[in-house]
Design a protein. Structure first.
Length: 131
């Protein structure tokens, strides 16, 4: 398993940033998969995404000042992400942390972490632009 973290300042207040962090917006902003379905459950939101012959399902949980989501169906052994926000100066600091494990040789986890870092950077940039 590998962990990655990216951070970005957003020139918008936390309330504006929080509204931009919907499950669909986050997964679309990552840029790897297309959203195929959304289901609200008693415990949170589930989002089904797909592309490149793959289908994955993520479970989202809202926390104070953060959104957490985890892969519950798909080809990876583990993929868990937290996107947190906090006030900073006249805007907001967004921080995304993700743990990823492919299963198999350690080099595969390293490659998955490299890809995940790029997805998180794209997501935070898209969220910043949307705010």
């Amino acid at each position: 398993m590998r962990e990655v973290e990216v951070s970005r300042f957003v020139d918008a207040p936390p309330a504006v940033v929080e509204r931009a962090l919907s499950p669909v917006a986050l997964l679309e902003a990552e840029g790897s998969f297309d959203v195929r379905g959304v289901e609200d459950t008693d415990t949170g939101t589930r989002v089904r995404v797909g592309g490149y012959g793959l289908e994955l399902v993520f479970a989202f949980t809202d926390r104070p000042d953060a959104v957490e989501y985890a892969l519950i169906a798909g080809p990876l052994e583990r993929l868990e992400t937290t996107v947190a926000w906090s006030p900073e100066n006249e805007g907001t600091r967004l921080t995304a942390r993700s743990a990823v494990a492919v299963g198999g040789p350690a080099v595969l986890d390293r490659l998955a972490a490299w890809k995940r870092r790029g997805e998180l950077r794209r997501a935070l940039a898209a969220i910043a632009e949307a705010c």
